[in-house]
Design a protein around this ligand. Sequence first.
Ligand code: FAD
Length: 436
Amino acid sequence: MYNPLVNDDSCSWIKDLNSRTNIKVLKKDDDCEWLVVGAGYTGLSVARKLGQLHPNQKIIITDAQLAGEGASSRNSGYLVDTTLNDGFTSNKELDNYKKKADIYDLGINAVKKFINEYQVDCDWNECGKYFASSKKEDKKILRNFSDTLTKLGFEHNLLSINELSKKLGTNFYNVALHTKGGILLHPGKLVRAMVDVLPKNVCLYENSFLLSWNKIKDIISCEFQNGKINTKKIIFATNGFLKSLGIKSNYNFPITLTASMTRPLTEDEFKSIGQPKEWGVLPVRPMGATIRMTKDRRILIRNTAEIHNPFKMSKFDLKKRSINQKISIKKRFPQLPEDIIKSSWSGVVSRSRNSSQIFEKIDKNIFVAGCYNGSGIGVGTLFGEQIAIKASQENTKEIKTIETRNKPTRLPPQPLLNLGVKIRLIYERLRAVKDI
Ligand SMILES: Cc1cc2nc3c(=O)[nH]c(=O)nc-3n(C[C@H](O)[C@H](O)[C@H](O)COP(=O)(O)OP(=O)(O)OC[C@H]3O[C@@H](n4cnc5c(N)ncnc54)[C@H](O)[C@@H]3O)c2cc1C
């Protein structure tokens, strides 16, 4: 079956879950009132909300892979309240920062409500997060950030080196700021729960890749490899793959990230690093490593972001990045053995020029939500629910907050775009080289 969306089959978060049964693939023509394309946090939240709002209508959701097994299962699991670098723009404008933080706050509430309503166990830990750097001179960046956080009322504190090494079990970092808000969770468990609770009137087709779509009068006709779906309304929730479907292609572009996870540390290994509690570190400079100690003593690291074919990363390419990640872990924890990485994987996210998200009606009965600039756990869940409400012609205070934020700005044309992004990524990588 033709499906260019082939992903490596090695992400530890997915391997932690039970294999699913009764996978339905689209094999003949079908039709519906609502079609949702993409079954990650966004699409699954759209489908769940539509199912609740329209219990008597037929809703179909499709995914090119198994539901939830794209970026939604492959991320680092930080449900963020604040970000220092969610791109390469600065946080100079307080007003804009507040608008972004208001959306993050609604995103956290959306996930919280979901896990409370369905009693989801996703290793939820309200331990906050660290923004840390090995470079002493980055203290200035953190002081400025601290000012912003103080003005907006976010609880946080700057840490001394001693405090830091005790909390993290490494002497690698020299400066850090801890924010109290922000949650660490198991991304795979969260999205799997969203698959499991889809309402009865929602039909899920997996391993079903949307090849093309067009609108003729009031019907949107969607071509898949082995069948066609005709729908009255459609919501695109393919995030890193919006551009490849021609959706808002002048406003967002895909970036591929790679991450690795170790096996759980042994008792002795854990003792050797001082038995720290679960923690998560985000880099002070955009291209530095995100690194996390999980509840079950595994270390996760993500330290690449690049322009790459979003449909496939070869084993060879992945191996190169995995070796790099082994070195990064060793830099921070020299006492740990070399061969503890259990899995390495890639995932695709969507970026915009000004770090704004996409939430809109692009034509009559055609809607899109996505482009979370690397922070989509909460915002994807929120945007999914709210775009379903908007498409149902209802309004909420959440929609008002989302729409108050600037829309993504237009991107330069190709090949300037790729060239510009590549140069920027190289520049940022050089600036963060110690912390990769
Ligand atoms: C390594 C990594 C680390 C990250 N860390 C964090 C983090 O710590 N915190 C955070 O908030 N976010 C993080 N993110 C980003 C986060 O994972 C995404 O923002 C989020 O998953 C977006 O959810 P989504 O449902 O919109 O998109 P996705 O989960 O990407 O789902 C889109 C789905 O669309 C499907 N699709 C694509 N094209 C087609 C097609 N033609 N036909 C049918 N289906 C199609 C895909 O198979 C996919 O399943 C990270 C991402 C990566 C890769």
